[in-house]
Unconditional design. Structure first.
Length: 347
């Protein structure tokens, strides 16, 4: 028997749309979202308000007139970022947040922050203006095991910054550990995004039986105990946790190589996966909180008024296994199980 669920249109609070041919190819797959926080780690990165406005215009052009997704832009924080430019870009409605990448932590993060004291003035200005700071929450110290880098980041970087700038509103993005869940749960003025793929895979999915490059992401998936902690947080209804897919398309040639890049492209099937996860955990009544209400409340925005409908059918929901971007092929994230929740826009 078919079941249906009508939700406010969801938002994606962490999305990579890239640029050029890749932007043209992937943008429409996020079209069932109302808004999305767009990551600024292009090459070169988006570091000024003027660059963010220009990138926003390219995204709007790629989406076309039939797609209603509203891109919410961010700036890439560097040690040379001008606080006045950040405040002006936020005041003028160009940006919604600033992204902090520790230098070397993930894709296109070489221009990120090495000395956190050098961005103190920007953080103070952001706190005064109420501008959220989105963290990629991992240290890059080579002495720290990659599976421990999120927990160490909380102790070494995140907590000290929040203590020195107590008014700063922080999003700990794509958390992957019980440590991250516990820290957010114990604090105020902080939110956390959780990705679709981290609710589904643990590190065994990447490594057991052969290396599966399309499950490799950063932060890397952790032990099963951490995955289950993320699922409990996502399905709890706690307003501090909300969806940020971190959908990150890469050409297959870059994923399937001797030094493959990190990222999972989940935009085409995210809502179908989430509906299945929340159903398995007996939490379908909280799917709207996670996807449409909690993030909007954190960013001080109204919830979307329009709706989407999810219908559970006996036949699997169709989605592409691959898409093409110019001459490149991109593999869509495979959750490893059939998806029976179909996403529809109500008539």
């Amino acid at each position: 028997m078919n079941k249906s669920l009508t939700l406010r249109r969801p938002d994606d609070w962490h999305l990579h749309l890239r640029d050029g041919d890749m932007l043209q190819a992937v943008a429409s797959y996020s079209g069932h979202f109302g808004r999305a926080i767009i990551m600024p780690n292009l090459v070169p990165p988006v570091v000024t308000g003027a660059q963010a406005a220009a990138y926003r215009d390219r995204i709007r052009a790629a989406l076309g007139s039939k797609v209603t997704l509203r891109p919410l832009m961010t700036l890439y924080l560097t040690e040379a970022t001008d606080p006045a430019d950040v405040v002006a870009a936020h005041r003028d409605g160009i940006i919604s947040a600033v992204k902090l990448y520790p230098a070397g932590a993930t894709t296109n993060s070489a221009s990120g922050v090495r000395d956190f004291d050098k961005v103190r003035g920007v953080l103070d200005a952001m706190a005064e203006a109420g501008i959220p700071l989105c963290f990629h929450g991992e240290v890059t110290d080579p002495a720290v095991d990659i599976f421990d880098r999120e927990a160490v980041f909380i102790d070494r970087v995140l907590d000290p910054i929040r203590r020195k700038t107590p008014g700063l509103r922080v999003v700990m993005e794509h958390i992957t550990t019980a440590d991250g869940v516990d820290y957010v749960s114990a604090n105020q003025n902080i939110g956390a995004t959780i990705t679709t793929h981290h609710l589904v895979i643990n590190r065994n999915h990447i490594l057991v039986g052969g290396i599966r490059p399309h499950y490799y992401c950063l932060p890397v998936a952790k032990r099963e105990t951490h995955r289950l902690a993320l699922r409990r947080a996502a399905t709890s209804g706690d307003t501090r946790f909300f969806l940020g897919t971190d959908s990150a398309p890469h050409p297959d040639r870059a994923k399937e190589s001797a030094c493959g890049c990190a990222g999972c492209f989940t935009a085409p099937n995210t809502m179908s996966i989430l509906a299945q996860v929340f159903e398995e955990d007996g939490a379908l009544d909280r799917l709207e909180d996670f996807t449409a209400l909690n993030g909007a409340a954190f960013y001080g925005l109204p919830a979307n008024e329009d709706r989407i409908r999810l219908v559970r059918r006996d036949t699997p929901a169709p989605y592409p296994t691959h898409i093409h971007a110019g001459d490149e092929t991109v593999t869509v994230f495979d959750p490893g199980f059939p998806l029976y929740w179909h996403v529809e826009d109500p008539a």
